[in-house]
Design a protein around this ligand. Structure first.
Ligand SMILES: [Cu+2]
Length: 256
Protein backbone atom coordinates (compact mmCIF):
# COMPACT_ATOMS: atom_id res chain seq x y z
CA UNK A 1 0.00 0.00 0.00
CA UNK A 2 2.56 2.56 1.16
CA UNK A 3 6.31 2.31 1.50
CA UNK A 4 6.15 3.16 5.19
CA UNK A 5 7.29 -0.28 6.25
CA UNK A 6 10.55 -2.04 5.41
CA UNK A 7 10.32 -4.24 2.35
CA UNK A 8 8.70 -7.53 3.31
CA UNK A 9 11.08 -10.48 2.99
CA UNK A 10 9.53 -13.44 4.80
CA UNK A 11 6.54 -15.71 4.37
CA UNK A 12 4.71 -14.17 7.33
CA UNK A 13 5.71 -10.54 6.77
CA UNK A 14 2.47 -9.67 4.95
CA UNK A 15 0.41 -11.16 7.78
CA UNK A 16 2.17 -8.86 10.25
CA UNK A 17 1.77 -5.89 7.91
CA UNK A 18 -1.96 -6.60 7.67
CA UNK A 19 -2.24 -6.42 11.45
CA UNK A 20 -0.22 -3.21 11.59
CA UNK A 21 -2.54 -1.56 9.05
CA UNK A 22 -5.67 -2.89 10.76
CA UNK A 23 -4.56 -1.52 14.13
CA UNK A 24 -3.48 1.76 12.55
CA UNK A 25 -6.90 2.15 10.87
CA UNK A 26 -8.89 1.37 14.02
CA UNK A 27 -6.76 3.53 16.29
CA UNK A 28 -6.68 6.27 13.62
CA UNK A 29 -10.48 6.44 13.40
CA UNK A 30 -10.76 6.64 17.18
CA UNK A 31 -8.05 9.28 17.37
CA UNK A 32 -9.77 11.51 14.82
CA UNK A 33 -13.16 10.96 16.46
CA UNK A 34 -11.89 11.71 19.96
CA UNK A 35 -10.02 14.83 18.89
CA UNK A 36 -13.05 16.08 16.92
CA UNK A 37 -15.34 15.64 19.93
CA UNK A 38 -12.77 17.33 22.16
CA UNK A 39 -12.47 20.37 19.88
CA UNK A 40 -16.25 20.56 19.47
CA UNK A 41 -16.81 20.52 23.24
CA UNK A 42 -14.09 23.09 23.85
CA UNK A 43 -15.74 25.49 21.39
CA UNK A 44 -19.35 24.66 22.24
CA UNK A 45 -18.92 25.01 25.98
CA UNK A 46 -16.33 27.78 26.04
CA UNK A 47 -16.48 30.42 28.74
CA UNK A 48 -19.12 33.02 27.95
CA UNK A 49 -20.55 35.87 30.01
CA UNK A 50 -23.87 34.96 31.60
CA UNK A 51 -23.32 31.19 31.30
CA UNK A 52 -22.12 29.81 34.63
CA UNK A 53 -20.39 26.44 34.55
CA UNK A 54 -22.64 23.49 35.39
CA UNK A 55 -21.66 20.90 37.97
CA UNK A 56 -21.94 17.55 36.16
CA UNK A 57 -21.94 14.56 38.49
CA UNK A 58 -22.14 11.95 35.74
CA UNK A 59 -24.71 9.82 37.51
CA UNK A 60 -27.61 10.33 35.12
CA UNK A 61 -28.25 7.60 32.60
CA UNK A 62 -27.46 9.69 29.52
CA UNK A 63 -24.25 10.95 31.06
CA UNK A 64 -23.17 7.43 31.99
CA UNK A 65 -23.88 6.37 28.40
CA UNK A 66 -21.20 8.81 27.21
CA UNK A 67 -18.70 6.60 29.04
CA UNK A 68 -20.17 3.13 28.60
CA UNK A 69 -20.98 3.27 24.87
CA UNK A 70 -17.41 4.19 23.82
CA UNK A 71 -16.06 1.55 26.24
CA UNK A 72 -18.18 -1.17 24.63
CA UNK A 73 -17.25 0.06 21.14
CA UNK A 74 -13.53 0.01 22.00
CA UNK A 75 -13.87 -3.46 23.49
CA UNK A 76 -15.49 -4.60 20.24
CA UNK A 77 -12.53 -3.13 18.32
CA UNK A 78 -10.16 -5.04 20.62
CA UNK A 79 -12.00 -8.26 19.85
CA UNK A 80 -11.74 -7.55 16.11
CA UNK A 81 -7.96 -7.13 16.48
CA UNK A 82 -7.73 -10.28 18.63
CA UNK A 83 -9.69 -12.23 16.03
CA UNK A 84 -7.52 -10.98 13.18
CA UNK A 85 -4.27 -11.67 15.03
CA UNK A 86 -5.18 -15.16 16.26
CA UNK A 87 -4.36 -16.87 12.97
CA UNK A 88 -1.11 -14.89 12.65
CA UNK A 89 -0.04 -16.00 16.13
CA UNK A 90 -0.99 -19.55 15.24
CA UNK A 91 1.04 -19.39 12.03
CA UNK A 92 4.13 -17.76 13.54
CA UNK A 93 4.32 -19.11 17.07
CA UNK A 94 2.29 -22.26 17.42
CA UNK A 95 3.26 -23.86 14.15
CA UNK A 96 6.79 -25.08 13.61
CA UNK A 97 7.22 -26.05 9.95
CA UNK A 98 9.73 -28.76 9.22
CA UNK A 99 13.06 -26.95 9.12
CA UNK A 100 15.54 -27.24 6.30
CA UNK A 101 18.21 -25.51 8.38
CA UNK A 102 18.74 -25.16 12.13
CA UNK A 103 20.73 -22.26 13.51
CA UNK A 104 21.68 -21.35 17.05
CA UNK A 105 21.66 -17.70 18.08
CA UNK A 106 23.03 -16.13 21.22
CA UNK A 107 22.63 -12.52 22.31
CA UNK A 108 25.28 -11.05 24.54
CA UNK A 109 26.55 -7.64 25.53
CA UNK A 110 26.91 -6.50 22.78
CA UNK A 111 26.82 -8.80 19.84
CA UNK A 112 24.89 -11.59 18.19
CA UNK A 113 26.60 -14.95 17.83
CA UNK A 114 25.28 -17.23 15.09
CA UNK A 115 26.15 -20.91 14.85
CA UNK A 116 25.47 -22.41 11.42
CA UNK A 117 25.77 -26.12 10.67
CA UNK A 118 28.70 -26.94 8.43
CA UNK A 119 28.57 -28.99 5.24
CA UNK A 120 27.40 -32.03 7.23
CA UNK A 121 24.15 -30.16 7.97
CA UNK A 122 24.36 -30.81 11.71
CA UNK A 123 25.13 -28.61 14.67
CA UNK A 124 27.66 -29.47 17.35
CA UNK A 125 30.10 -31.01 14.94
CA UNK A 126 33.62 -29.73 14.23
CA UNK A 127 32.63 -28.05 10.97
CA UNK A 128 30.09 -25.67 12.56
CA UNK A 129 30.41 -22.12 11.24
CA UNK A 130 30.35 -19.63 14.12
CA UNK A 131 29.99 -15.98 13.23
CA UNK A 132 29.69 -12.78 15.18
CA UNK A 133 27.00 -10.40 13.88
CA UNK A 134 26.72 -12.34 10.65
CA UNK A 135 24.05 -14.85 9.72
CA UNK A 136 23.62 -16.52 6.35
CA UNK A 137 20.59 -18.49 5.20
CA UNK A 138 19.29 -19.82 1.89
CA UNK A 139 16.24 -18.20 0.33
CA UNK A 140 12.87 -20.00 0.42
CA UNK A 141 14.01 -22.39 3.14
CA UNK A 142 12.48 -22.80 6.59
CA UNK A 143 15.10 -21.87 9.17
CA UNK A 144 14.52 -22.91 12.74
CA UNK A 145 16.48 -21.04 15.38
CA UNK A 146 17.21 -21.62 19.04
CA UNK A 147 17.68 -18.24 20.70
CA UNK A 148 19.47 -17.69 23.98
CA UNK A 149 21.04 -14.90 25.97
CA UNK A 150 24.21 -15.22 27.99
CA UNK A 151 23.75 -12.16 30.18
CA UNK A 152 20.72 -9.88 30.07
CA UNK A 153 17.54 -9.41 28.06
CA UNK A 154 18.04 -8.87 24.35
CA UNK A 155 15.57 -8.93 21.49
CA UNK A 156 16.41 -10.29 18.07
CA UNK A 157 14.91 -7.96 15.50
CA UNK A 158 15.07 -8.35 11.73
CA UNK A 159 12.62 -5.74 10.40
CA UNK A 160 12.40 -7.04 6.81
CA UNK A 161 11.41 -10.47 8.09
CA UNK A 162 8.97 -8.89 10.60
CA UNK A 163 10.74 -11.04 13.18
CA UNK A 164 11.20 -9.83 16.72
CA UNK A 165 11.85 -12.24 19.55
CA UNK A 166 13.13 -11.65 23.06
CA UNK A 167 16.21 -13.51 24.24
CA UNK A 168 15.86 -14.34 27.93
CA UNK A 169 18.74 -15.50 30.14
CA UNK A 170 18.25 -19.09 31.26
CA UNK A 171 15.80 -19.94 28.50
CA UNK A 172 16.10 -21.34 25.00
CA UNK A 173 13.38 -19.91 22.77
CA UNK A 174 12.67 -21.60 19.47
CA UNK A 175 11.31 -19.86 16.42
CA UNK A 176 11.42 -19.99 12.66
CA UNK A 177 11.40 -17.89 9.55
CA UNK A 178 11.48 -18.37 5.82
CA UNK A 179 13.16 -15.58 3.88
CA UNK A 180 11.61 -14.91 0.48
CA UNK A 181 14.06 -12.41 -1.03
CA UNK A 182 17.79 -12.60 -1.45
CA UNK A 183 19.76 -9.66 -0.10
CA UNK A 184 21.32 -8.21 3.04
CA UNK A 185 19.19 -7.13 5.96
CA UNK A 186 19.96 -5.54 9.29
CA UNK A 187 19.87 -7.59 12.49
CA UNK A 188 19.20 -5.40 15.49
CA UNK A 189 18.61 -5.63 19.20
CA UNK A 190 15.25 -4.20 20.24
CA UNK A 191 15.76 -4.43 23.98
CA UNK A 192 17.80 -1.79 25.79
CA UNK A 193 20.58 -4.02 27.08
CA UNK A 194 23.34 -1.72 28.27
CA UNK A 195 25.70 1.04 27.27
CA UNK A 196 26.52 -0.30 23.81
CA UNK A 197 23.02 -1.53 22.95
CA UNK A 198 22.93 0.73 19.90
CA UNK A 199 26.03 -0.97 18.49
CA UNK A 200 24.50 -4.43 18.72
CA UNK A 201 23.97 -4.80 15.01
CA UNK A 202 24.51 -7.61 12.57
CA UNK A 203 23.70 -8.58 9.01
CA UNK A 204 21.47 -11.28 7.63
CA UNK A 205 22.53 -12.44 4.19
CA UNK A 206 19.90 -14.35 2.23
CA UNK A 207 21.43 -16.20 -0.70
CA UNK A 208 20.37 -18.61 -3.38
CA UNK A 209 20.82 -22.16 -2.03
CA UNK A 210 23.93 -22.93 -4.06
CA UNK A 211 25.55 -19.65 -3.02
CA UNK A 212 24.72 -20.43 0.60
CA UNK A 213 26.22 -23.90 0.31
CA UNK A 214 29.34 -22.40 -1.21
CA UNK A 215 29.64 -19.95 1.66
CA UNK A 216 29.28 -22.71 4.24
CA UNK A 217 31.86 -24.85 2.47
CA UNK A 218 34.30 -21.94 2.34
CA UNK A 219 33.82 -21.01 5.98
CA UNK A 220 33.78 -24.48 7.49
CA UNK A 221 37.00 -26.00 8.61
CA UNK A 222 37.99 -29.39 7.26
CA UNK A 223 37.27 -32.25 9.65
CA UNK A 224 40.24 -32.97 11.88
CA UNK A 225 42.64 -35.52 10.48
CA UNK A 226 43.44 -38.30 12.92
CA UNK A 227 46.28 -37.17 15.13
CA UNK A 228 46.94 -34.06 13.06
CA UNK A 229 45.29 -31.15 14.81
CA UNK A 230 44.02 -30.70 18.31
CA UNK A 231 40.32 -29.87 18.79
CA UNK A 232 41.26 -26.38 19.95
CA UNK A 233 43.23 -25.72 16.79
CA UNK A 234 40.39 -27.00 14.66
CA UNK A 235 37.83 -24.78 16.35
CA UNK A 236 39.97 -21.71 15.96
CA UNK A 237 40.58 -22.47 12.31
CA UNK A 238 36.87 -22.81 11.61
CA UNK A 239 36.17 -19.21 12.41
CA UNK A 240 36.99 -15.89 10.92
CA UNK A 241 40.02 -14.23 12.48
CA UNK A 242 38.10 -10.95 12.36
CA UNK A 243 35.42 -12.33 14.65
CA UNK A 244 36.76 -12.30 18.19
CA UNK A 245 33.73 -14.16 19.56
CA UNK A 246 34.44 -17.05 17.24
CA UNK A 247 36.90 -18.56 19.62
CA UNK A 248 36.98 -22.08 21.02
CA UNK A 249 35.59 -20.62 24.25
CA UNK A 250 32.65 -19.15 22.40
CA UNK A 251 31.85 -22.38 20.65
CA UNK A 252 31.92 -24.22 23.93
CA UNK A 253 29.77 -21.62 25.66
CA UNK A 254 26.96 -21.82 23.15
CA UNK A 255 27.07 -25.53 22.49
CA UNK A 256 24.20 -27.36 24.08
CU1 LIG B 1 20.38 -4.87 23.09
Amino acid sequence: MFDWLPRAASTYAHDIDGLIWLITAIVGVWFILAEAVLVFLIVRYRRRPGHPAAYVTGDRRRQVAWILVPCVAILACDLIIDGASAHVWEKMKQTQPKPELEIRIEGRQWAWIFVHPGPDGRLDTPDDVVKMNEIHVPVNAVVRFALRSSDTLHSLWIPELRLKQDAVPGRTIYGWFEATRTGSYGVLCAELCGAAHGMMRGTLTVDEPDVYRGWVAAEASPPPAAGAASPATTSAASTSPAAPASTPATKGAIAR
